[in-house]
Design a binder for this molecule. Sequence first.
Ligand code: ADP
Ligand code: MG
Length: 684
Amino acid sequence: MIALADTNLFNLKQLNYFKKKGIVNIRDLLFYFPRKYIDRNKKLDLRKINPQEVITFIAAVKNNIIKYGRRRRLSVVLEYEGTLIEAVFFQKLSYYQRVLKNGVEAAFSGKIEIFRGTYSMTHPDFEIVTEDELVHTGKIIPIYKITETMQSNFITSRVIRQSIHSIIKLYFNNIYDHLSEEIIQKLNLCDISIAVKNMHFPKSWENLETAKRRLAFDELLVFCVLMDEIKEKRKEIKKSFSLKNNNDLYTSELTNKLPFELTKDQKSAISKLNELSRNNWPFGALLQGDVGSGKTLVALFSALKYAENKIQTAIMAPTEILAKQHYKNFLNYLSFMPFFPMDILVGKEKASERKAKLQRLKRGETLLIIGTHSLIQEDVEFLNLGFVIIDEQHRFGVEQRESLRKKGLNTDFLAMTATPIPRSLTLTIYGDLEPIIINEKPAGRKPVDTRLFDEKDIDKLYKGIKKYVDQGRQAYIVYPLIDENENTEWASLMSDYEYLEKDIFKGYRMGILHGRLSSEEKERAMQKFKEGLIQIIVSTTVVEVGVDVPNAVVILIRNAEKFGLSQLHQLRGRVGRAEHQSFCIMVKSNKITDEAERRLQAMLESEDGFYLAQKDLEIRGPGELLGIKQSGLSEFKIADLRYHSNLAEKAKTIINENKKIKETIMSVNKWQTNLRKGFLLFHN
Ligand code: ADP
Ligand code: MG
């Protein structure tokens, strides 16, 4: 690989700076992609600009003066296509005054405000462009990320642009494509050399997209190979225990005692997990099933397999309500064996009780422990933890799941999620896990009747709720209290509640549930709701995850536009859990964005979690869909999973069909530290 030092393009100071950033050879520099591009030919209509939007344009400096007013400032007048725009700077006035001299042309970006017919920008981002350079670059100009230190080492966007230009010119033919022509054609990709060139100097926006697609594919290919490796490596690890199949004391009894038949998908999920658990290496699996598809029972059945072998299982749920619900359900399912060694560990508990529980756990007497985050506290020890189950996995970070796993030795691992994500995304995000999917819902469930209303219909809707409650059913009313410290929203929930309780639903048994209640209060409210003592529960999203009350048939969602699609789908999943006809009533305010409208329409269109997940992905992108905790995983350098996720599946196929590719990638990655970088070889 040709070192940057050998190109004579940079001085020593610059080379040192690059080295610090891990850029030592020409390949590294070629992968220093532009942060944005400017289309010189695109004309902006300043009258139609959106003041919220960052726009970029090339303008000439007409004048600059320091003004004294309430605050000293530098006012730089720019001319763009005959229109004057004032750029205002409040800091480093003399520096900007020196740089933005009369006649200088620069690419400016920022938000433009219009005030009494004049256009202005505050502290716009800018980069000076010179005429001779514009001639070189064509109509789309790449702009590179330049930090202040780079600037002070004289590494400007321009320097980078010109160096890359020279490198491509000199070494274009040396760029080696590791993908065979056959694969490139089959997948309709472009050559790597062209892709790299077009990332920096695209002739058109289509060119750029094509380049991105190719690099995204490489990136995903590397990623999939590494995921495969992780899976393979896991097979070399020895589990500290082995499960024998000859004992199915608990499981067969549970099958007989269940009041219903397991669905086909539940059965196959259970047998898949049993199969994985009999391997002598630890497995990792992801159980995806829509809300209400009965994942909890699958978890219980597989945990019992370990219990039959005297191996401990821990189930971690994101909230106390959920942990307690699992515990109670399990007690219920297992009521035929009242002494089954099972326990629950949640936040606040009497010290003496907690101590006793921890002791039983440490001595290996407890075979199944259910809990919240409290399970990962330091004082929690196991004798032989062999199986870790994470419910509502998207609520946890990777570190949390790993710290629970570390309480055992090479434990098996099952993540469960009711946020279905598109298959292509599963491959990339959870590539190291074995996917298990439950599609089928338990028999006898009717689709939830989903409808959308305006605020003004609210009284009519309340009447509707009363009708069903009078028939003996129960209802949820949900408010979008996103941040419970947000006092105005808080006030609205509390005052609404009072009004609902004392006025609208007078004479009905009401309850409230929100994050500011203590966990005992939450638990009590939820318990009362489950037992039917509360008929209508007014709640925030605390109720969202996994709560199961089959007699509840209406969920009314206030300000439905404020919820994400996956969240709405989760909320809807609170009803329709038994044979009664159920309703999901979404109420929207009149202040609603197009994007929110699309989400609500999607809810009306479908009740299929996978379909909605795909929609959500398209509307919001993967970061949002997966929640902040997971988004680190979706930060690819080039690949944008909204558009490129299907490439992951293709990459997977290529890897399976072509073992050599995997070898190549693994050998390249020996010297490649940054796995997101894609890979690119040179003939020397
Ligand atoms: P989720 O997949 O959302 O976690 P749960 O495990 O909470 O769903 O199950 C939802 C409800 O369905 C529970 O009340 C559970 O007892 C019930 N259930 C689970 N499996 C079946 C089945 N095979 N037939 C009927 N009801 C079932
Ligand atoms: Mg659940």
